[in-house]
Design a protein around this ligand. Sequence first.
Ligand code: PLP
Length: 445
Amino acid sequence: MTQPETAAADELPAGAAPTLGPEDLEFDRRHIWHPYTSMNEPLPVYPVVGADGVRLELSDGRQLIDGMSSWWAAIHGYNHPHLNRALKNQADRMSHVMFGGITHQPAIDLARRLVDLSPEGLDHVFFCDSGSVAMEVAIKMAFQYWFAAGESGRSQLLTIRSGYHGDTFQAMSVCDPVTGMHEIFSDVLPKRLFAPNPRCRFGDEYNPADFAPFEKLAREHRQELAAVVLEPIVQGAGGMWFYHPRYLRQVRELCDELDLLLIADEIATGFGRSGKLFACEHAGVTPDIMAVGKALTGGYLTLAATLASGRVADGISSSRLNGGVLMHGPTYMANPLACAVGSASIDLLLSGPWKDNIERIGRGLEHGLATCRAFAGVADVRTLGAIGVVEMAEPVDVAALQAALVARGVWVRPFGRLVYLMPPYIINDSDLDALCGAVCEVVRS
Ligand SMILES: *Cc1c(COP(=O)(O)O)cnc(C)c1O
């Protein structure tokens, strides 16, 4: 049964008109915080009134080729009929219901897919709201596991530099202290152990000396360590760096030897971006705990999940402390709309030749960005999967660079010394050429 449509409801506008006037932008500037911006001197924002396929539409009618997938999320592009249908169908049945004491098909369907697809052994799923929260839950699981085991002294975390794990406090504590955007909080954050990040690139020959500082820290602090936390293979917002899979394999082996839990943050890398469904697969390792988010709903709704091994789940659950319960339960846990669109997004991905497609985009990025290597001011150009990075020698002027890119018809959001691309997987070769061409032009000047 559906609610009767009341006269009052009929009078409501069906949706915001697709225009944004100067007053709207003035209101935005005065009243709305954007990510990492000042309220007094905000960086410019571009009014977007629509998004379809691989293009964003600005209020003046200009179309921009999207190079960001809205921060790794919109892997199928925008306004996808299959995802729209999943969302609308679910909205007509049930938009939300609490998850305490209740279960529902969308949650079960998505959890099934995650258990099936994730590295072998990650059989237990905790749904939460965002990537940062998924990392909080992952870290909480590790702490609870050791409390349950009667080793409450194990409250330290070991990570590698140049990481990024989110904006909440435990997540911030394992972000790179300098590039991780949270330096000013150093006095109020727990002090974590940082090994240098691996210098061996993905695709280069491995240098075992790379691993020595990590090993030394892990051995020295094993008694106090609850877990190792890292992004597998691809370090995202902390430096856009791709490291050698052997390093990750050595981390796994050492965690096994010293009995440490391994938490893999696959929030950026999950669902194909690095060329494997999950980046851990490059090294053939299974973490004890894994966080996914971002592309989980194909960029439609905020949803993340923390997956745990049987050992972790059983350790926490067989404890007499707290009756063995995991102490977390967000209000919007396993939101049915988000779960339904998550399953639809995964089905869409797996129904096509996603791997060939990522390889095609990878070749396009490699080819399209190669000329940047010769430009003055460019320190490095690297690609992996459907990710392309131009690293500059000096920090870029974000507003100026962004304006130049928009003027050339592309949407790319540089930060720090990095201009990087991770387009939707549906991008065709000519749009990819245009995207890379615009980046090359702008980086040269
Ligand atoms: C984006 C990101 C997060 C945080 O996710 P949010 O949904 O923004 O909270 C954590 N880890 C990695 C690797 C990310 O890329």
